[in-house]
Design a protein around this ligand. Structure first.
Ligand SMILES: [Zn+2]
Length: 407
């Protein structure tokens, strides 16, 4: 018998996906009953029936899954998880009908968070991000994208990216340089500054995998986004895009001009543009908590492209909508966007990993990172039935076991 670091046996239902999912079917989805998994060196070593795993391997660490559900760990493909200060006052403004655009125009919103973040020290920001990442992990998020964008100038964007990179050993972080908004007071052309100073310096220091642009009214125009994307490609970055969130100014059309891995938000995207995106390998990032937090009753018009497009889910945790649980994102995908529990799981695992072009993560496969969730649920459909709380029992992150519930 082979001795390994960890065994999970007596899994009632093991659910994972073989490839990025447009429509869930028997060829691309695995639902294995009475399953077991062998884990060694933080990687998946073998998968099979529980009896087979018990016969073939031995370990000092055995988790008896007691016939419960096991899935891959969740991947949060869109967050602004690093910032200082808080903006609870704006919730009241939104509740009495003041729009997000109005709040931004009056110097609130992102500008307010930029002020706090610029004034915060590296250590303060690091502690704050670490606290957020811990909550995410305990709720099942084993990989997470984190954007800069609350620094705006070179010094503070680099500070943010350095903070994100400083936690890479403890958490599976994917850093993104974000062109968020144009500073209120800036001498000269900010797009030129972003393109000629911030992009080259971020590239030189190897601080980010992605460049993302907030292309929208009161943020970056189509032409400005083009300039940033061209330079980002030249410096070897991959591309993500915030598009059509506040108002439609044509941003989602950029998928015809650039190789964009993920196009997110799309609350105001015309249906014909969504149909164009659905024909490509660009992932549509759905951020239901963010849509709801705007309190303007707008959600992406995705009914026509369900079953056709590659969707992924993210929390969009930010200073505007501070919701960090991917389980809540799944709940909202089910109850607000009307996806099935198994679709919501696919969009939070294999599809969100694909949207970040992650290797060895997002599904359960020999050689892949052992990032798993043992749920306090009997089957995948209970993931939609029981909702609104942390249903993870144990999280396995890089082969290490974390108890999600202390009672
Ligand atoms: Zn965002």
């Amino acid at each position: 018998m082979n001795k390994v670091d960890l065994l999970i046996v007596n899994i009632g239902q093991l659910v994972y996906f073989k490839e990025p999912i447009r429509k869930v079917n028997n060829d691309n989805t695995v639902i294995l009953e009475n399953a077991g998994i062998a884990i060694n060196d933080g990687k998946i070593l073998d998968i099979g029936k529980s009896e087979y795993i018990k016969e073939k391997f031995m370990s000092e660490n055995i988790i008896d899954a007691e016939n419960l559900l096991v899935t891959p760990g969740l991947v949060d493909m869109h967050t602004h998880a690093l910032f200082a200060g808080s903006r609870e006052d704006e919730l009241y403004k939104k509740l009495i009908g003041i729009s997000y655009s109005q709040i931004l125009k009056e110097g609130g919103g992102i500008y307010k968070t930029v002020k706090y973040t610029k004034g915060a020290s590296f250590d303060y920001l690091k502690n704050r991000l670490e606290k957020t990442l811990k909550i995410a992990l305990i709720n099942g998020t084993t990989s997470i994208e984190v954007k800069s964008g609350y620094g705006l100038d070179l010094e503070n964007e680099i500070k943010m990216l350095n903070v994100i990179n400083s936690l890479k050993d403890q958490y599976d972080l994917i850093p993104t340089l974000l062109a968020h908004v144009i500073p209120k007071e800036f001498n000269g052309d900010y797009v030129d500054y972003f393109v000629n100073k911030i992009i080259p310096e971020t590239s030189k220091l190897k601080l980010a995998k992605y460049v993302d642009v907030f292309c929208d009214e009161n943020a970056f125009s189509l032409e400005q986004t083009r300039k940033i994307f061209k330079q980002a490609l030249k410096y070897g970055f991959r591309l993500r895009l915030h598009a059509d969130q506040i108002k439609y100014i044509g941003c989602s059309k950029l998928i015809n001009e650039f190789p964009i891995d993920s196009i997110d938000h799309l609350e105001n995207c015309p249906e014909e543009n969504l149909e164009e995106i659905a024909k490509t390998n660009t992932v549509i990032g759905l951020l239901p908590a963010s849509s709801i937090s705007m309190l303007d009753n707008k959600k992406p018009k995705i009914d026509l492209v369900k079953g056709k497009a590659l969707f992924a889910l993210g929390t969009d945790y930010s200073a505007n909508s501070a919701m960090i649980s991917m389980q809540t994102a799944i709940d909202l995908a089910i109850y607000y966007l009307n996806f099935t529990p198994i679709e919501a799981l696919a969009f939070s695992t294999i599809n969100s990993a694909y949207s970040l072009r992650l290797e060895n993560r997002g599904t359960i496969k020999i050689g892949y990172n052992a990032d798993l969730i043992l749920w306090d649920l009997e089957n995948i459909n209970q993931l939609g039935y029981y909702w609104g709380y942390n249903r993870a029992k144990k999280i396995i992150y890089n082969g290490k076991v974390i108890n999600a519930q202390s009672i």
